[in-house]
Design a protein around this ligand. Structure first.
Ligand code: PLP
Length: 240
C-alpha cells in the first residue's frame, strides 16, 4: 500500500472543504430567501501555493480568487491556469500603476487618493476599473477602510472619477465572539449597500456586497452579502 502524499491529502481536503462550504452557502441563501446562485464564492489565496490554487480551479469549480498583496499576486499570476482575480488587501498608491488592468476588481479602495490614482492609470490604459469601497464598519483604529461618518462625502467624490466604476462595498468587521454581534455589523453594511443602490451616475453600478470570511460567511449571507471571501476554510490554516 502506498501512502498518500502531502499534496494528495491536501487536495482531497480542499475538495471536501469546498463541498461543505458550498452546502453551507446554499443553506444560508435559502434561509434568507435568496437563490444560492446569487452568492459568489471567492477563494482567498494568500500564502497558498499555486499548485493548490490550480487544483481548486481545475477540479473544484473555483473561478474567482482574491489576493491581498500586489507582489504576491504577480509572483503567482503567470503560473495560474486561468481564473478571475480581485485585489482584496490594502493598496498603496505607489502600487496602483502595476495592478490596474491586471485584476477584474479592486475591492479595497479606502481613500479618495487611491481611487484617483486608480482612475488616472485606468484612463491611461483606456479602461474602467471595477472597484469596491472598503468600509471600516467597526470603526477600528488599526484597520483600513472608510469610516462610516465620512462615507457619503468620499463616495460622492470618488464617483466623479471616470476611470473607475463603483460596484459596491467591502468590509472586514471586527472579530466577534458572538455571531449575533457580527450580524449587527453585516446588517449595518447591508443598510449602506441599499442606500447607495439609489445613487446613479456614469461611474456607479452598485451590485456587490462583499462580506463574510471563513468564520462568518453563513451569517454574512443571511445579512445580505452576495460575495463571500473564504480562505482558511478552503485551504486550511495559513502558514506565513
Ligand atoms: C485573508 C482574508 C480573507 C479570508 O480570511 P479567512 O478567515 O481565511 O477566510 C478575506 N478577506 C480578506 C480581505 C482577507 O485579507
Amino acid at each position: 500500500m502506498t501512502e498518500k502524499s502531502y499534496s494528495e491529502t491536501r487536495c482531497e481536503n480542499i475538495k471536501e472543504n469546498l463541498k461543505v462550504i458550498r452546502n453551507n452557502i446554499s443553506e444560508a441563501a435559502i434561509r434568507s430567501g435568496r437563490n444560492p446562485d446569487d452568492i459568489k464564492l471567492m477563494a482567498v489565496t494568500k500564502t497558498v501555493d499555486v499548485e493548490f490554487i490550480n487544483y481548486a480551479m481545475d477540479n473544484c469549480g473555483i473561478d474567482l480568487i482574491g489576493e491581498n498583496k500586489v507582489q504576491e499576486f504577480f509572483s503567482k499570476k503567470d503560473k495560474l491556469h486561468r481564473c478571475e482575480s480581485h485585489l482584496i488587501g490594502h493598496l498603496q498608491t505607489n502600487k496602483v500603476k502595476q495592478i490596474v488592468g491586471e485584476v477584474s476588481c479592486i475591492q479595497s479602495v479606502d481613500s479618495v487618493k487611491v481611487a484617483k490614482e486608480i482612475s488616472k492609470y485606468s484612463l491611461q490604459k483606456g479602461i474602467k476599473t471595477n472597484i469596491l469601497l472598503e468600509v471600516n464598519i467597526g470603526k477600528e483604529q488599526d484597520k483600513f477602510g472608510i469610516m462610516p461618518e465620512n462615507f457619503d462625502e468620499i463616495f460622492s467624490e470618488i464617483a466623479t472619477f471616470d476611470g473607475i466604476l463603483i460596484k459596491g462595498l467591502m468590509a472586514i468587521p471586527p472579530i466577534c465572539e458572538k455571531i449575533e454581534k457580527s450580524k449587527q455589523y453585516f446588517e449595518n453594511m447591508y443598510k449602506l449597500f441599499l442606500d447607495i443602490q439609489s445613487k446613479k451616475g456614469d461611474n456607479i453600478d452598485i451590485t456587490v456586497l462583499s462580506q463574510g470570511m471563513s468564520a462568518d460567511y453563513s451569517a454574512a449571507i443571511e445579512c445580505g452579502s452576495n460575495l463571500v471571501r473564504v480562505g482558511s476554510a478552503i485551504f486550511g490554516d495559513r502558514i506565513y
